[in-house]
Design a protein around this ligand. Structure first.
Ligand SMILES: [Zn+2]
Ligand SMILES: [Zn+2]
Length: 419
């Protein structure tokens, strides 16, 4: 049985995150979303790790994991490496996972030399990604080091503004220790399948939630035992059952653009002039699609299966693209996501169908219709079948999802937007 994990999220102690991200609320929302395993987030923060030490209990047989409120937790955090390499400024976000509270505390002690851990749950560290990997694995060789949202322009390993063109350029001799990347919201696995260097790298997707409702907007279903070493093996041996994805166009760095100038456009790598803003003449923020095109050597094939999943002919784990349920309900009701009408309907669907992931991935039209009416049932099935439209996000602006009239609905045939 696969289990659902969301391993990139934050505590109330990270910059610009919700005060509601308490352990109590995280456990409750894991249930609503249908998640079996959550990262704790932010374990280098002194106040947060104090709470974790006080409240988490070892998860019995699930060695290396902890429990709170009936939910499994793994010690996980994100750090921001800011440094210079080969004459350029680098800013790379990296996820770290530890097999115990003791290791997490030792890591915090070792990392405190490189930055102020109490300022931000996602601390800025003056250390290179390569040296970080060496330090972390030196503290405990069971730890995991995973580049976060690898394609985003500002803090992604492959990002246009402060990243690298390859994993090996970034991690040098430590590259073999990197077994996986997190793709981020603006990219899906098929977009990564054409990059040669990633052919045996595990593709992971998590929410990077800064508030409770955003949990599981992306998630990974892992095969194998629900233990820390089971998780490590799944990541090292590509034991991913499937990933749950945002429509990549909905992510806020899909296209190239300038938010201030209102400029958004699809990348055109054949024309260098396309990298300059036509309004202010400054360089555009080059998005995820641009970088994928620049670093892909071949077209990745992908096909849309009867099961609603997108499959790779090369046996890579499949994935499903979904629109978060609250957004679908808000679209249908014509109300804001935060309104009582949307929230009430959301809770009703989630409670009746088991969880949000259950409702979105496998809820039947009949069950959804009985609970929330035919328009919402239709919207969920259309989100699964690709029958939606998304105005692509750019330069920090999220893409906008809409449900076109039935007459103008898109063909459900999957056409990956690739080279
Ligand atoms: Zn980040
Ligand atoms: Zn501009």
């Amino acid at each position: 049985m696969a289990y659902f994990a969301d391993l990139h999220l934050h505590s109330p102690y990270a910059y610009a995150t919700s005060k509601s991200l308490t352990l109590e609320n995280l456990a409750a929302w894991a249930g609503l979303k249908g998640l079996d395993l959550l990262a704790t987030g932010d374990f280098t923060h002194p106040v947060w790790i104090g709470e974790l030490q006080e409240k988490l209990k070892p998860a019995g047989e699930a060695e290396g994991l902890y429990q709170f409120g009936g939910v499994n937790f793994v010690l996980g955090t994100e750090v921001s490496c800011v440094y210079r390499q080969a004459g350029s400024h680098r800013r790379i976000h990296i996820l770290l996972f530890a097999p115990s509270l003791e290791t997490a505390a030792r890591l915090a002690e070792a990392l405190a030399v490189y930055g102020k851990l109490d300022l931000d749950g996602r601390p800025t560290l003056g250390i290179s990604a390569r040296d970080l990997a060496e330090l972390v694995l030196g503290v405990d060789s069971e730890c995991l080091v995973i580049p976060a949202h690898a394609w985003t322009p500002w803090y992604g390993l492959f990002g246009s503004r402060s990243g690298f063109d390859s994993l090996s350029e970034c991690f040098l001799d430590m590259t073999p220790a990197i077994r996986a990347i997190e793709t981020g919201l603006s990219s899906d696995p098929a977009m990564n399948w054409g990059v040669d260097e990633l052919s045996d790298i595990t593709i992971l997707s998590f929410s990077d939630a800064h508030s409770l409702p955003k949990l599981a907007r992306e998630a990974t279903a892992f095969d194998g035992p629900l233990t820390f070493s089971g998780l490590t093996n799944a990541i090292a041996m590509n034991g991913v059952a499937f990933t749950v994805e945002f429509y990549p166009e909905e992510g806020k760095y899909h296209y190239d653009g300038h938010r201030k100038c209102g400029v958004s456009r699809a990348p055109d790598l054949s024309d260098p002039g396309f990298e300059t803003c036509p309004v202010c003449r400054r360089p555009l923020t080059l998005g995820v699609l641009h970088r994928i095109k620049a670093l892909s050597r071949r077209n990745a094939e992908a096909h849309f299966g009867e099961d609603g999943f997108i499959h790779s002919p090369d046996g890579r784990p499949p994935f499903i693209r979904l629109v978060p349920l609250q957004e679908l309900i808000a679209q249908v009701l014509g109300r804001g996501v935060g309104t009582r009408a949307v929230q009430t309907t959301y809770m009703k669907v989630v409670q009746e169908l088991g969880s949000e992931l259950d409702a979105l991935i496998s809820g039947s039209f009949q069950d959804l219709e009985t609970t929330a009416g035919s328009a919402i049932a239709d919207a969920v099935l259309r989100s699964r079948a690709g029958e939606i439209q998304v105005e692509p996000g750019y330069d920090g602006v999220f893409g906008k999802v809409s449900l076109p009239n039935r007459d103008s609905a898109l063909s459900p045939d999957f056409q990956p937007e690739l080279l």
